[in-house]
Design a protein around this ligand. Structure first.
Ligand code: HEC
Length: 122
C-alpha cells in the first residue's frame, strides 16, 4: 500500500474509534482514543507529541529551534498560540506535523482538552 493510503487508513480508523467510542491504540506510547473529558500532560499529551512530532522537535537540535519534549518547552508554544495554530492547520502557522496529514480529531481533542483545563503540568 502506498504511504499516503496508509495514512488515510489510519486517519479513517481513528475517526471511527472516536465516533463509536472504542478503545483503539493508535500509536505506541500514546493513549487510547476514547471520549476524553480531561487530558493530562504526561498521560495524553506528551506521548502524542513524542510519537507525532518529536522525531523533528526533540533531541539536541530540534527543527526550527522548537523543542516539544518537556512541559516547559511545550507551554511556550501553547502560550504563543502556535501549537494549536499549527496542529489545526490555521492560516498564519506552518501546518504540523510537517509533510504529513493533519492529526486525527481524537488526537487534536486530547491536546485541546488539556489546554482547556489550564495546560497543567500533570
Ligand atoms: C518532519 C519534521 C517535523 C515534524 C514531524 C513536525 N514538525 Fe513542527 N516544524 C518542523 C520545522 C522544520 C519547523 C520550522 C519551519 C516551519 O515552520 O515550517 C516546524 C515548526 C513548528 C512550529 C512553529 C510554527 C509556526 O508557524 O510558528 C510548531 C508550533 C510546530 N512545528 C509544532 C509541531 C507539532 C505540534 C508537531 C506534531 C504534531 C510537529 N511540529 C511535527 C518540522 C516538523
Amino acid at each position: 500500500m502506498k504511504r499516503n493510503n496508509y495514512i488515510l487508513l489510519i486517519l479513517g480508523l481513528s475517526f471511527f474509534g472516536c465516533y463509536y467510542d472504542k478503545v483503539e491504540v493508535l500509536y505506541p506510547g500514546s493513549t487510547h482514543c476514547t471520549e476524553i473529558t480531561t487530558s493530562f500532560f504526561s498521560v495524553n499529551v506528551l506521548p502524542l507529541l513524542n510519537s507525532r512530532c518529536n522525531s523533528c522537535h526533540g533531541g539536541s537540535s530540534p527543527s526550527g529551534g522548537i523543542a516539544l519534549d518537556t512541559y516547559d518547552n511545550v507551554l511556550t508554544y501553547v502560550n504563543k498560540g502556535s501549537l494549536m495554530g499549527s496542529i489545526n492547520f490555521q492560516s498564519g502557522y506552518s501546518p504540523m506535523p510537517k509533510n504529513s496529514g493533519k492529526m486525527s480529531a481524537c488526537e487534536i481533542r486530547k491536546i485541546q482538552s488539556w489546554i482547556d483545563a489550564g495546560a497543567l503540568n500533570n
